[in-house]
Ligand binder design. Structure first.
Ligand code: PEP
Ligand code: MG
Length: 559
């Protein structure tokens, strides 16, 4: 294990780039002295105490809303959601209940938040990730009540590397990339807010760095968002050279304009992951050949009732219309359940939702749900004329794949399945006898191969697609595609990692689908490597003992 005193700390790299600057440690707690001085029982009655809570919660919500109005995209959405959570009526009701039981206001806030934390934790997945947001709101409300500035990131006076245990949305959303050179957190996984916002701002970011919070403020840090390393004793001149080389390499990447191919001209489709019409229109301006993953369930997270076929056709049509001409769209049928609860589809009260009735499994007991969605997709394809492929998530058996493909073929569309469950990877050759293409969902494939919840911040070292067992399953799937002469793509986060993307291509993957922000770095990295080099990289990664050795071996070959 790495100790805080070691010259190199290691974590999970989530946003590439190299930065050098002094550590600025983020204070995440209200000072105990201020809490000590405050008498939460001094109010005349519980109504007066509740009024104090209301004022504090409203001040916190206004703070979030103010930051949201000067942010954009994912950052603005995250902040608006936090403002809503601070004003949440359920939370207020719980505070009122505890105040009536005659406890002091700080204890009432704490009890109410704990109540919601255990509900969110019990729901698992994305809801469990919101626990950090809730605890951040509690600290801010407490700060308002005791008359302290809200904890979190202040405005840095000079460029620095922010080091925190984990960053809350309010911290990350207001960051100025000119002053914050990199983000380093002790906790948090690849899907944490820290990672999402760092990706949007293009700030190098490493998460899950054990010992980061034991560093002294002001320590010069050389952060490498590709290698996942934090060097505490780097030579300043060497560090400056590495930062300059990285900046030059990044500006070369930004000019990549497609189409996807290796240096010796082997075509590889570079595609975008989208969620709705708006993200599709934006992705369509990137140098992509289409959409490799349209996550349909994301349009329905706030819906109580299933949309009609016509309504669905309209929603899907918006995405398809953004990719007419010679581009194509892979629509994924509803992947409801587990980390993506959809009110009208998800099964309630499952012991273990990630292993439960989710994805394609929802159609076992409710075939109409899938049939209506396929009808909506076919109608949108007919209206727009866009080439439309359809795939199912969470497929475990060949029989499931066949039943799904038969339905899709009956509508005259290309049919595929996602490879997210190890059984599907092991049987890829048989899957390909019944479907037209496969798409590897490395996020879930990693989760199920390693038996590690993809949202668990403490398991980030296991939920890493560079794990040898995950790479073996991808290689088996890609080889099955080669032999069958059918396309095998990757649409999980692994495709957005430029070095891993080359490894995947070396294994035989024919398309890479990713967040639009990753398209240019991935396309440019691939354009710099020949197919032979990609194959060598694949071999090196497959024979490495662990993710760190695999990354190091591939970097030595390709960078
Ligand atoms: C995956 O599991 O890799 C995937 C692309 O699907 P999602 O992230 O939506 O579960
Ligand atoms: Mg998945």
């Amino acid at each position: 294990m790495v100790t805080p005193s070691a010259a190199i700390l290691r974590g999970t790299p989530v946003v590439p780039g190299v930065a050098y600057g002094p550590a600025s440690l983020v204070r995440s707690e209200v000072s105990p002295a201020a809490i000590e001085r405050y008498d939460g029982t001094a109010y005349a009655d519980s109504d007066a105490a509740l009024a104090a809570y209301d004022a504090a919660a409203e001040a916190v919500a206004e703070g979030f809303a103010r930051k949201a109005s000067s942010a954009s995209g994912a950052a603005a959405q995250v902040l608006t959601a936090s403002a809503g959570l601070a004003r949440d009526k359920g939370l207020r009701g719980a505070v009122r209940k505890h105040l009536r039981a005659d406890v002091d206001v700080l204890a009432a806030v704490n009890a109410a938040v704990e109540q919601f934390v255990s509900i969110f934790t019990g729901m698992g997945g994305l809801m469990a990730e919101r626990v950090t947001d809730l605890q951040d709101i509690e600290r801010r409300i407490v700060a308002q009540l005791v008359g302290e500035p809200e904890p979190g990131v202040g405005v840095p006076e000079a460029p620095c590397v922010l080091v925190a245990e984990d960053l809350a949305p309010a911290d990350t959303a207001g960051l100025d990339p000119r002053l914050v050179l990199a983000l380093v957190t002790e906790r948090g996984g690849p899907t944490s807010h820290t990672a999402i916002i760092a990706r949007q701002l293009g700030i190098p970011c490493v998460v899950g760095v054990v010992g980061a919070m034991s560093l002294a403020g002001g320590t010069p840090l050389l952060v490498d968002g590709v290698a996942g390393t934090i060097e505490t004793e780097a030579d300043p001149d060497e560090a400056a050279d590495r930062v300059a080389a990285d900046a030059a390499a990044r500006s070369a990447l930004a000019s990549w304009s497609g189409p996807g191919a290796t240096a010796d001209g082997v075509p590889v489709k570079i595609l975008a992951n989208v969620a709705d019409g708006e993200s599709a229109r934006s992705a369509a301006t990137a140098p992509v050949q289409g959409v490799g993953l349209f996550r349909t369930e994301l349009s329905f997270l706030n819906r109580q009732d299933e949309p009609s076929v016509d309504e669905q056709a309209e929603i899907y049509g918006e995405v398809l219309a953004a990719f007419d001409g010679d581009r194509y769209v892979v629509v994924r049928t509803l992947d409801a359940g587990s980390d993506k609860p959809v009110a009208f589809a998800t099964h309630e009260g499952e012991e273990n939702p990630a292993l439960g009735v989710r994805g394609l499994r929802l159609s076992f007991g409710n075939p109409g749900l899938l049939d209506r969605q396929l009808e909506g997709i076919a109608a949108a394809a007919a209206t727009t004329g866009t080439e439309t492929w359809v795939m199912a998530p969470m497929v475990a058996t060949v029989a499931e794949a066949k039943e799904f493909a038969d339905k899709v073929h009956a509508l005259g569309l290309k049919a595929g399945v996602m490879v997210e469950v190890p059984s599907a990877a092991l049987l890829a050759h048989r899957m390909l006898e019944v479907v037209d293409f496969l798409s590897i969902g490395t996020n879930d494939l990693t989760q199920y191969t390693m038996a590690a919840d993809r949202m668990a911040t403490d398991l980030a070292h296991l939920t890493d697609p560079w794990q040898p067992a995950v790479l073996q399953l991808i290689a088996i799937t890609a080889e099955a595609g080669r032999q069958a002469g059918k396309p095998v793509g990757v649409c999980g986060e692994a495709a957005a990692d430029p070095l891993l993307a080359c490894v995947l291509v070396g294994m035989g993957v024919t398309s890479l689908s990713m967040a639009a922000a990753a398209v240019r770095p991935v396309g440019a990295q691939l354009a710099a490597a020949s197919m032979d080099e990609c194959e060598d990289a694949a071999e090196a990664a497959l024979s490495a003992a662990d993710p760190t050795a695999a990354r190091d071996a591939v970097r030595a070959l390709l960078v």
